[in-house]
Design a protein around this ligand. Sequence first.
Ligand code: ATP
Ligand code: MG
Length: 315
Amino acid sequence: MIYTITLNPAIDRLIKIKGTLTKKLTNRVQNVEYDLGGKGLHVSNVLTKFNIENEALGYIGEVNQQLMGNILAKKSIRHHLLVEDGASTRECMVVMDDTNAGSLMITENGFHVSEKSHYKLIDFLNQFVTKKDIVVIAGSMPPNYTIAQLQEIINTIKSKNSFIACDLSGEALAAVVDMGINFIKPNQYEVQVLLRDTNTTLIQKIEELARLIDYVVVSLGKGGSYVAHKNAIYHVSSPSVQEQNDTGAGDVFVGTFIAQLVKGKDLQTIMKYATGCAASKVTKHNSTDFDVKEAESYFDRISIKKLGSDDYVVS
Ligand code: ATP
Ligand code: MG
């Protein structure tokens, strides 16, 4: 089983207004749609699309539980989300207008998670996670959640010897990299927290991390990614595509990477699917859609180069 953990989920409220979004004017709403928010839930969505059995864990608020339930049901996402009484799952408002000037994003912080809920999650992990499982922890932390609580989650999973993938940022990322986890995917900005107070270059840091972590990916947006595994670092280029919305590309990358890993694919295939599906996502308006056939059509435009004194192209 693959478990995803989203500690601070969100509901994306996509608001389409007529004309041009303008301050001080009444901007009339033309259409409102809801979509899944929160990185771990996005990963669950990708795994579900690949028909990989998975269950989404984390915390949601009681107040808008029904709305969240409907969004999850529509996407057929299996979940065991713990409900916090009197709390509301945060909303992330994305305002779009008729221009192509990009969207405006306004994100709430999320609710405080009680000790009781935290221990319910720890108990669940203790009871159900086994060494055959993969656990993906992704996204931001609730406002009152501590690094110690995150470490408690990771230590609980580690005690089961499961594969742990983390898509975290800031202090949370810095705190987990030396805990003996198996996969990370910071983007080019998130990785900076690991480089502060050092004279190390990005590549040297990736080499260092790869001694501790089985799969180290640093995603570079349209610049592709670095992928380090088993003493080798690859640069994977991304195909150039008609960009509509790059939000969620990282989540599609992570979800696809894990899906292909579970299917037992070799690293080259894993990298191609992850890169292709993420590029396909970029061509879509919302933050979750992507098309596997479209991704496959990009494969001959994705090059994989092994770094080293004798850099060479793998495919
Ligand atoms: P998010 O947090 O929005 O999910 P991210 O910042 O974590 O995204 P990115 O580095 O932006 O992740 O993108 C992840 C991967 O998606 C990249 O490594 C690349 O393969 C692909 N990608 C991103 N942007 C583009 C683009 N404009 N064109 C093609 N591929 C892209
Ligand atoms: Mg990211």
